[in-house]
Design a protein around this ligand. Structure first.
Ligand code: SF4
Length: 492
């Protein structure tokens, strides 16, 4: 029987955890291996960056890979090299039981430059293993690798000039330092695949460098109110609590030294009641009526598409505003960018109009809104003064909650989606088609950057869903502030 073969990705998976590799290879149909929407978006982004990277190393020959006929791609690569190609995309090699496809292989004198394309904005330590296994295989195939590079996105690039979209970081030295270990690691992993399911200890490896999809199999189910929910629980304190035999928050002895926040958490879990600090009335005073509530939705295209934007630069493409007057009467305003046009200046005009006359502007985790407003002010100095006035009015509900209120239903999280249903159970996002920030950002990117892939009906539905989601976010702030005022009335 032939020995199992590895690919670059399986090698990297095996380095993270041999047990993960074993399941990946021997249970290809495992439900955990079906990529979710988030992972599919990561793959799509990587593919797009890979395609654009080729345009930045022009004149190459692309090896078409049919994953059922890899030997054909390897033969095709050998032929293209023999024919004198100076640049090859997806150059395929299979040696020593490992198959690799090199993103970009460039001839340099008598040798070659091997470039691994990444959609990050810098070369990372985890890229070295990727590059090392490729270098090992390419050299085993008889090519001389003169230099190894990680070709990653360049934060300095500013649309519309995409000539410097990529930066190339020389990692030859780091890769050479890893190479002597590669053959033994390859053999270990191939041996592992020939044996029974290996043991592996759970720990940091399960999340580093990537989240392992098999955590549901290896990690024990945690009891409700596990100590892991304690806010900013350090490793040392966690070990101390574990040594004391505390698995759940309510088991922590009263004399144990904890932060103020953790003490509040323990009290809430032990009593099953919301805990309100005496300082809440003072802190909520800034949020008295009339008050304006603001929420931004932004996208951060990996490859910038609007003037002045960098790779991964955040661009506001939607907002919702609720105004609540002194009598509690609420008005709503909203804006969502249109596909096919630069939303930046329009977002400023709409935002200034929607917040005109506001006494204070409340947001949740307001540093996000503040950063976006400051960026817009820098990019469009003609609006800087008015945007500066708006930024000065921003106040943040998050620290008010975090510093003064804890409900056992928060389960250690102060995100609006955790806080709101605990304090205001009748409010929920459950009825919405878009119900979380990640789904919203993905839908916004599709709606704005690839509208041609949607039918008119899909576009219209996406628009409605996005508007409903953002509106719910500021409505949530209205009811949260009301709930906090109510709690403040009974505090102390
Ligand atoms: S959950 Fe952890 S131990 Fe289990 S397979 Fe994944 S990485 Fe390995």
């Amino acid at each position: 029987m032939s020995r199992p073969r590895l690919s670059k990705s399986k090698y990297v998976i095996g380095l993270q955890c041999p047990r993960r590799l074993w399941w990946t290879v021997h249970e290809r149909g495992a439900p955990e291996l079906v990529p979710d929407a988030a992972l599919r978006a990561v793959f799509a982004r990587g593919n797009r960056v890979g395609e654009v990277a080729r345009e930045h190393v022009p004149g190459g020959v692309l090896i078409e890979i049919d994953w059922r006929r890899l030997s054909h791609a390897v033969r095709e690569t050998a032929k293209v090299i023999a024919d004198g190609a100076s640049v090859i995309y997806e150059a395929c090699f299979a040696e020593s039981g490992v198959f690799v496809a090199v993103d970009v292989l460039e001839r340099a004198g008598d040798g070659w430059v091997l470039a691994e394309v990444k959609s990050t904005t810098s070369a990372k330590a985890t890229h070295i293993d990727d590059a090392a296994i490729q270098t090992h295989v390419v050299e085993a195939a008889g090519l001389s690798v003169e230099r190894v590079e990680v070709m990653h996105l360049n934060r300095e690039c500013v649309f519309p000039d995409l000539s410097n979209l990529f930066a190339r970081t020389d990692v030859t030295e780091e890769v050479r330092a890893h190479l002597p270990e590669v053959p033994a690691r390859v053999e270990e992993l191939r041996d592992c695949l020939e044996g029974d399911l290996p043991d592996a200890e759970i720990g940091d490896r399960c999340k580093t460098p990537y989240d392992c999809p098999f955590m549901g199999r290896c990690w024990p189910e945690l009891p409700a109110d596990h100590i892991g929910e304690l806010f900013r629980l350090g490793k040392k304190k966690r070990e101390e609590l574990t040594d004391l035999g505390c698995e759940t928050i309510d088991a922590i002895p009263a004399e144990t030294s904890l932060t103020d926040m953790q003490v509040r958490q323990r009290e809430a879990v032990v009593t099953g009641e919301v805990v309100v600090e005496a300082g809440l009335p003072e802190r909520i005073r800034d949020f008295e009526l009339p008050l304006t509530y603001l929420d931004f939705e932004a996208i951060n295209p990996v490859i910038p598409v609007w003037p002045g934007c960098h790779p991964y630069g955040q661009v506001v493409v939607q907002f919702s505003v609720h105004h609540e007057d002194a009598d509690g009467v609420v008005e709503h305003r909203e804006w969502l960018a249109e596909p096919g046009r630069d939303p930046q200046e329009e977002s400023i005009e709409e935002l200034l109009a929607a917040t005109a006359g506001a006494r204070r502007v409340a947001a949740y985790h307001a540093s996000f809104e503040r950063s976006r407003i400051n960026e817009l002010a820098k990019r469009f100095p003609q609006y800087a003064e008015r945007l500066g006035d708006l930024a000065a009015k921003l106040i943040d509900l998050l620290p008010v909650v975090r510093g003064n209120v804890y409900h056992p239903g928060f389960h250690g999280s102060f995100s609006l989606k955790s806080v709101l249903p605990a304090l205001v159970p009748e409010e929920s996002y459950a009825h919405l088609a878009v119900a979380d920030g990640y789904t919203a950002a993905t839908a916004l990117e599709a709606y704005l950057l690839a509208p041609e892939a949607m039918s008119d009906a899909e576009r219209e539905k996406t628009r409605r869903d996005l508007l409903a989601y953002c509106k719910q976010d500021t409505w949530s702030l209205v009811v949260l502030a009301r709930a906090l005022r109510g709690l403040a009335g009974g505090a102390g």
